[in-house]
Design a protein around this ligand. Structure first.
Ligand SMILES: O=C[C@H](O)COP(=O)(O)O
Length: 214
């Protein structure tokens, strides 16, 4: 399983969480990756943990003030990038442009989507993976794998029907090893989560719990 910890804009020490994630990654068959704020990419990558950007812009070098260049994310040590997160929605043309930018920079890509129809549309753009996340469950602690298992299974089927090379992840409310195992049993090959680690009293313990059954 691929376990991607999105630190969003939570007020936690990204390096401390990255170090804990690197330790747990070394103890398990799962791959744990951390997506910090852009300014923290290099410091997180220096811990050795697989590092992801939360977003890259659909542009290359040039006159694009306020952009997040895929090339700079890669140079800072990122291995991949989220795109179209529920909290960073993009127009269709911009998802396509950001995927092209990520590909130019050698970044892996996960395109987020609300539901199976959006998963199918996202898969048609050729990312490495799609992640289905019902927005109403994000940050609730109620795992999508329990609250809405059909949406995960339907997302897997929708992506397979378009391109079976695209991995399917799920996210929203996932915080325990039981949630990760349930996601796997529904056909997901990865999970995307945030608050279960970034808001935990003990993020290292939360990370260890995530991999208890992978
Ligand atoms: O990027 C992560 C997802 O939005 C899920 O967030 P959550 O784990 O806090 O529900």
């Amino acid at each position: 399983m691929f376990i991607l910890i999105n630190l969003k804009a939570y007020p936690r020490d990204p390096v401390a969480i990255a170090e804990a994630a690197a330790d747990v990654d070394a103890e398990t068959d799962a791959t744990i990756a951390v997506a910090p704020q852009t300014a923290d990419l290099a410091a997180v990558a220096e811990t050795g943990v697989e590092t992801w950007a939360q977003h890259v812009s659909p542009v290359g070098h040039g006159s694009h003030t306020g952009s997040s260049l895929a090339e700079r994310a890669a140079e800072a040590g990122a291995a991949g990038t989220l795109l179209n997160h529920s909290e960073r929605r993009l127009k269709l043309a911009d998802i396509d442009g950001s995927l092209a930018a990520a590909e130019r920079a050698g970044l892996d890509t996960v395109v987020c989507a609300n539901n199976p129809d959006q998963v199918a549309a996202a898969a048609a753009l050729g990312p490495d993976a799609v992640a289905v996340e019902p927005p109403e469950l994000i940050g609730t602690g109620t795992p999508v794998s329990q609250a809405d298992p059909d949406v995960v299974e339907d997302a897997v089927a929708a992506a397979r029907a378009v391109d079976d090379a695209v991995d399917v992840y799920c996210g929203a409310g996932i915080s325990t090893g039981e949630d990760v195992a349930a996601a796997r049993d529904l056909g997901s090959t990865g999970v995307l989560l945030a608050s279960g680690v970034a808001k935990a009293d003990d993020p290292a313990a939360a990370l260890r719990d995530l991999v208890t059954d992978v």
